[in-house]
Design a protein around this ligand. Structure first.
Ligand SMILES: NC(=O)c1ccc[n+]([C@@H]2O[C@H](COP(=O)([O-])OP(=O)(O)OC[C@H]3O[C@@H](n4cnc5c(N)ncnc54)[C@H](OP(=O)(O)O)[C@@H]3O)[C@@H](O)[C@H]2O)c1
Length: 538
């Protein structure tokens, strides 16, 4: 039986159960699932003593898709013995039976789980983010001791992780929020891992996580991102960038299809070709596969029978909400999130279908001749590349701003490196980002690094042609066009923000600064319209 210094009241003391349940898709989905007390477990021996001896160096709680694959990954690495526990015992039993080679140490109570682990105990939680995470933390805090380590590998909101870390730290137990990317396959074969938490936990956890992470160019895709919620923050932005990347690819496909009339299978060839160049990435690779797929039932391209309403689990929205709070324009990511929202309002789309578009007489009929098709497709490729640079630049900007706001020291180049393998946005391109930060660690805007300046210069004309062609033809390309606007906004000598300041001063006396002298000013708009010095009210 574990000696439980934390006592049964520790869970209440840790105060981890202030659930924000920020995973919209997860809310209460498991309310009907059995509670821990319902789960059948071996009867403890007389006197309440557990017969369990410690034999595992790492444990996993939560054995759905991600947890079971991560447990198998851990078990496959030299020197690891893995204890496993799941709220409902059937998943534990099934995993043990299905994978005898893993030699798992199954536990059917939190007490036995704790007892099966060597000290300091280390356990990775892989459960539904939100209430499930808090429930498991509360249970583990009751059976763990000071110095032990609880890792949350789920998709938690970073502010929840900050709260949980603070509460758990008060018990003397370490809490680490670790973003894990790569889905089911990544969890099994090697994910990209973004752990936060204390330096002390990293000493124990680092070697374990390095052993299971993906390897990119000889380096494990894991780094100690920063303290408390830093890991989940970076994982959140990773997902935001993923949204933007996917939307940009989707816009590229749509333009090529509607412009050239090529079939999905033919466009698959285009993407496969792109995957051999500077756009090489997992997302481009799988796009080719999806476009090549034929629906067995109808014989049609699968993409044509899939309902065109994109879902979301909420991490893209978190990235945008956080960026708004930080005042960081992540317009590419925001447009990607909104594009999914727009697609998922069939009632609005139905009543809007007959809204006027460009008239045939405007000469904007869209159609690329066969001989122009190759040039057009190359324009789309360059527009995609330029917009992608913008999306990543915006994402890294958000990480920089988040680090400043929350007091984390985050090595941006190291983040680019750990995204090169295991995760959904893995790409060659990330080497260029780590090079840029290696050259200039405090680079204020990623896209001003020499490599990207050259690439953006090369893409300029194509990018503009594609955005204007899409607008003239009435084809939505929100991520392409917002990326270009962001780019032009950054490079503008002067912005109409001056006029906005004038308007704000007119209706709200919000004051303004001048370009020619120090101070803060207000014009007496409803008086004689003279200018006075004023308090800075912003
Ligand atoms: N799926 C992915 O591709 C992916 C990728 C990266 C990260 N993630 C994150 O990884 C985590 C696990 O994902 P998943 O897809 O494997 O599983 P999931 O469907 O998100 O969650 C199911 C697991 O959570 C457990 N659970 C739920 N509420 C619980 C509670 N109150 N107490 C104890 N256990 C509870 C379930 O136990 P029962 O079996 O008893 O119901 C089950 O083991 C999530 O946070 C997810 O966001 C997922």
């Amino acid at each position: 039986m574990s000696s439980n210094d934390s006592s049964p009241t520790a869970a209440a003391d840790t105060n981890v159960s202030h659930d924000r349940d920020q995973d919209p898709a997860s809310a209460d989905a498991h309310e009907a699932a059995p509670q821990p007390e319902d789960v059948s477990r071996p009867t403890p021996e007389a006197g309440g003593q557990s017969p369990v001896e410690p034999s595992a160096n790492i444990g996993v709680v939560g054995l759905a898709v991600m947890g079971s694959n991560l447990a198998r990954n851990l078990a496959s690495r030299e020197g690891n013995t893995v204890a496993i526990f799941n709220r409902s015992s059937d998943k534990t039993e099934h995993l043990v039976q299905a994978h005898p080679e893993a030699e798992f140490v199954p536990a059917f109570s939190y007490e036995d789980f704790a007892d099966s682990l060597h000290k300091p105990r280390t356990a990775i939680i892989m459960v539904k983010a939100g209430k499930g995470t808090d429930a498991v933390i509360d249970a583990l805090v009751n059976v763990f001791e000071p110095g032990d380590i609880i890792v949350d590998g789920g998709n938690a909101l970073f502010t929840d992780t900050i709260r949980r870390e603070k509460a758990v730290r008060e018990t003397g137990i370490n809490f680490v929020g670790a973003g894990i990317s790569g889905g089911e396959e990544g969890a099994l074969l090697g994910p990209s891992i973004m752990p936060g938490g204390s330096d002390e936990s990293w000493v124990t956890l680092g070697p374990i996580l390095k052993s299971i992470a993906a390897i990119a160019e000889g380096e494990p895709c894991v780094t100690h991102v920063g303290h408390d919620g830093a890991g989940h923050f970076v994982k959140m932005v990773h997902n935001g960038i993923e949204y933007a990347d996917m939307q940009l690819i989707a816009e590229a496909y749509d333009l090529i299809r509607r412009g050239t009339g090529r079939t999905p299978a033919e466009i698959a060839d285009v993407f496969a070709e792109w995957n051999t160049g500077e756009l090489e990435s997992y997302l481009i690779e799988i796009t080719a596969e999806v476009l090549r797929q034929t629906d067995a039932a109808t014989g049609l391209p699968l993409v044509d029978v899939i309902l065109d309403q994109a879902g979301a689990k909420g991490t893209g929205a978190w990235t945008v909400q956080t960026a708004l709070d930080l005042g960081v324009p992540v317009s590419g990511i925001a447009e990607a999130v909104f594009a999914r929202s727009l697609s998922s309002h069939p009632e609005q789309r139905a009543v809007s279908r007959e809204l006027p578009g460009p008239s045939a007489s405007s000469g904007t009929e869209f159609g690329v001749t066969a001989q122009d098709a190759e040039t057009f497709i190359e324009d789309v490729r360059l527009a995609l590349y330029a917009s992608k640079i913008v999306a990543y630049s915006q994402g890294f900007d958000e990480i920089r701003a988040g680090a400043a706001q929350y007091g984390w020291t985050i090595d941006l180049g190291a983040i680019a490196k750990i995204w090169r393998g295991g995760c959904i946005i893995r790409a060659q391109f990330l080497n260029r980002i780590s090079d840029a930060y290696a050259q200039t660690p405090d680079l204020p805007v990623l896209l001003t690094a020499p490599y990207f300046v050259e690439a953006l210069g090369r893409a300029q004309d194509s990018w503009r042609r594609i955005v204007s062609t899409a607008a003239a033809a009435g084809i939505p390309a929100p991520a392409f066009s917002s990326s270009l606007s962001y780019y032009d906004g950054l490079r503008a000598e002067r912005l109409p923000a001056a006029l906005v300041q004038g308007q704000r001063d007119f209706f709200g006396a919000h004051t303004y600064k001048r370009i020619d002298k120090e101070g803060t000013f207000h014009t007496l708009w409803s008086g004689d319209r003279t200018e006075i010095e004023a308090e800075d009210t912003h």
